[in-house]
Ligand binder design. Structure first.
Ligand code: GDD
Length: 434
């Protein structure tokens, strides 16, 4: 059965999403934001490329197909020698609507399985293991079984449950009960946003569409904006098929997992992917200490076109983008420095994201507050809460400079977000600088 074609679909959403990721998502679509040296979605593409029988990868979203996306698609096709294309939804259709709308292209007659991945998650995707479970379960089933990736969450972190799909798993790995983002605790296993679907999903999506149409008629939606094609894998599919012997869970083991909703989670994702390079074919991507080279602590990625002064000290968990310049005596730790940024001599950058083509003056200090999961709680997840307290004050978080920001020499910017193209003239603390 399985030596036919496997398609992978990566759900990349569109410009109205990723609001907690602003101002960075104003410059690039969030899935193209670089973590550990590569766009987040490239990590998923490279994992899909390793799947045996992969036929094509589809990026599905509602971004306009502009130069940035076209160039990315072309680059990926060349680099990975794989069929890859972007399919654009005419409006946001939810996590399942695009799969239905483009069903004839995605779920073709020769398809044996469809991998679906949420673009904004970060983890070492266990696709091989998930496909094995998919094969096992479908050997004995007549209806077509689907697989969802699950991970544990920590009970002391209630938001982890209420921000994710909760799944009750039986001894046979079946998802016996599924609740999307419940208000109270349902289960300590959450949906990771990675699925292997059986081609029978095509019929399941068609009946969701018909149900949506029927209920629209019955409820007499005089609301002309109602679109029966707006559908969700979680609410319309999983909640209904859980317990029917069609949905099974593969539990993630030996990998970090999180979803990249905020700048703080990008710093955490950067750290996790960098550490995964150590035992993989990407080992060579990690910077090494050596004569005439900057001092490296822990895991650091330096783009080959970046120029780093040998007296700079970088790491742990730092990524330096293309054409960056890092001056003498600069210190960078737990940060992402985006393409074309210049860090002048003796500046100090801790827990921050420095936007494209920013200039950080000599002896300046840019510092944020880390947002890592609490290491004392097993399975704790990175905190993706809103940027503000209920009283409207900014929650201390990583410092973010939008693109083309200029920081003068000898200033301090602490726990702040600086919007693109700003030229600061003094120090700032706990502010959004417009
Ligand atoms: N193509 C397309 N069209 N993609 C979409 C759309 C859409 O209209 N809406 C969302 N997506 C993509 C997003 O890019 C993201 O990768 C994924 O679908 C999830 O979308 P969100 O709406 O951000 O959901 P979430 O992250 O809060 O929750 C979902 O993911 C969690 C795992 O990260 C749910 O599936 C949860 O159950 C799950 O735990």
């Amino acid at each position: 059965m399985i030596n036919q074609k496997i398609k992978a679909v990566i759900l990349v959403a569109g410009p109205q999403k990723g609001t907690r990721f602003r101002p960075l998502s104003l410059e690039v679509p969030k899935p193209l934001f670089p973590v550990a040296g590569y766009p987040l979605v490239e990590h998923h593409i490279s994992a899909c490329k390793k799947v045996e029988d992969i036929d094509e990868i589809i990026l599905l979203g509602f971004y306009q197909l502009d130069d940035q996306i076209s160039r990315f698609v072309d680059d990926m096709k060349r680099k990975y020698e794989i069929n890859l294309r972007y399919l654009q939804e005419y409006q946001p259709l939810g996590t399942a609507g695009g799969l239905y709308h483009f069903r004839d292209q995605i779920i073709r007659a020769d398809a044996s399985a469809i991998i679906v991945i949420h673009a904004d998650i970060f983890c070492i995707l266990p696709l091989k293991e998930m496909i094995q479970l998919y094969k096992d379960k479908n050997q004995t089933s007549e209806n077509g079984c689907h697989i969802v990736l699950g991970t544990h969450s920590n009970k002391v972190q209630p938001l982890a449950q209420s921000q994710h799909g909760n799944m009750v798993i039986s001894k046979t790995n079946e998802v016996s009960h599924y609740v999307e983002k419940p208000e109270s605790y349902v289960s300590g296993v959450i949906n990771c946003g990675v699925y292997i679907f059986h081609p029978t999903i095509k019929q399941a999506l068609a009946s969701i569409y018909e149900n949506n149409q029927r209920s629209a008629r019955e409820e007499e939606h005089d609301n002309s904006s109602y679109n029966p094609e707006l559908m969700f894998i979680e609410k319309h599919l999983f909640s209904h098929i859980a317990g029917s012997g069609q949905l099974f869970c593969h539990m993630l083991s030996n990998s970090f997992w999180g979803s990249m909703k905020s700048a703080g989670s990008a710093i955490f994702a950067n750290k996790q992917y960098l550490s995964s390079y150590r035992n993989s074919d990407l080992q060579l991507e990690l910077a090494k200490n050596g004569e005439g080279k900057p001092e490296i602590l822990g895991d650091v990625f330096i783009h080959p076109t970046a120029v780093v002064d040998p007296t700079a000290k970088l790491g742990p968990n730092v990524s330096i983008g293309s054409h960056c310049i890092v001056g003498a005596g600069a210190r960078v730790k737990e940060s992402i420095i985006l393409d074309g940024a210049e860090l002048r001599e003796n500046c100090c950058l801790l827990h921050c994201i420095i936007g494209w083509r920013c200039l950080v003056g000599a002896w300046s200090r840019i510092e944020g507050t880390p947002q890592e999961p609490n290491p004392n709680y097993p399975y704790a997840l990175v905190n993706n809460e809103s940027l503000f307290h209920s009283d409207g004050k900014l929650i201390p978080s990583v410092t973010v400079l939008g693109c083309n920001v200029v920081i003068p020499r000898e200033v301090i910017v602490l726990n702040s977000i600086v919007l693109p193209h700003k030229e600061l003239n003094g120090s700032h603390k706990n502010q959004i600088i417009l």
